[in-house]
Write a protein that binds this ligand. Structure first.
Ligand code: ZN
Ligand code: ZN
Length: 242
């Protein structure tokens, strides 16, 4: 399985050479090519070959993940999978949209994909994807927590790819008893320890990570993981083979 990050930037004003484009993920496994999320500021390298992917998965309808919320994009002919609630939130719609049910497992070409509800936005509910080929990864770029028990969701996961909106600053808010926002990388590292996930890749980088000195960031990650988890911050164009 090969994964690649065309973009790693969250919904922030700041941008850097390493975090210029909105977060998305490419997965290649056997003959399957999948793209997760296609936001407003997508990597321009994506568009020319976009129809070579087998499908696109959308986590939620915030415009940094789903361009159709604010702009029409009619060059994309491949299936775009999303929840009904995400589809209805957008002003525009992909040409070939397909509705996913949360809590279900789908086999799309060579990949098994399970959709989990995540706590993130009250108006724009989000999901995280568990994707299984020869390895199992989770992609949850915007998350306060999983709605379902993490013992189930994070079982037998090789790699967690998750929200870098904040390293250690509280970005969780509450309205009428409901949480929304983004959890901290520090907390995500604790999930990895508790549920035996050996590798973490941080994406959807927020202001704190984008502005932080590289050495400082590395030493914070080292401190939080205690050397037990292999944790890195992805950058635009980062590619790895699992
Ligand atoms: Zn986002
Ligand atoms: Zn969001």
């Amino acid at each position: 399985m090969i994964i690649e990050f065309p973009g790693t930037r969250g919904e922030i004003e700041e941008s850097s050479a390493e975090h210029k484009y909105h977060s998305s993920l490419i997965i290649r496994y056997k003959k399957t090519g999948a793209l997760i999320d296609f936001g407003l500021k997508y990597n321009p390298q994506l568009i020319n070959k976009i129809n070579d992917f087998d499908f696109i998965l959308i986590t939620h309808a915030h415009p940094d993940h789903y361009i159709w919320t604010v702009e029409d994009e009619d060059r994309i002919n491949i299936p775009v999978y999303l929840t009904r609630i995400a589809l209805d939130y957008g002003k525009y719609k992909p040409k070939d949209y397909r509705i996913f049910q949360t809590g279900k497992k789908y086999s799309l070409k060579c990949l098994d994909i399970t959709i989990y509800k995540v706590i993130h936005s009250l108006r724009c509910p989000a999901v995280g994807y568990k994707i299984k080929g020869d390895k199992t990864i989770i992609y949850a770029p915007d998350i306060v927590d999983f709605e379902e028990d993490k013992g189930t969701v994070l079982k037998d996961v090789d790699l967690l790819i998750a929200d870098g909106s904040s390293l250690n600053i509280n970005m969780v808010r509450r309205k009428e008893g409901k949480l929304f926002g983004h959890t901290r990388v520090k907390t995500i590292i604790e999930w990895c320890k508790k549920y035996n996930i050996g590798s973490l890749i941080v994406t959807h980088c927020g202001k704190q990570i984008v502005n932080m000195d590289k050495k400082e960031l590395a030493s914070r990650l080292e401190e939080y993981t205690g050397g037990k988890i292999d944790a890195i911050v992805a950058y635009d164009g980062y590619r790895m083979e699992l």
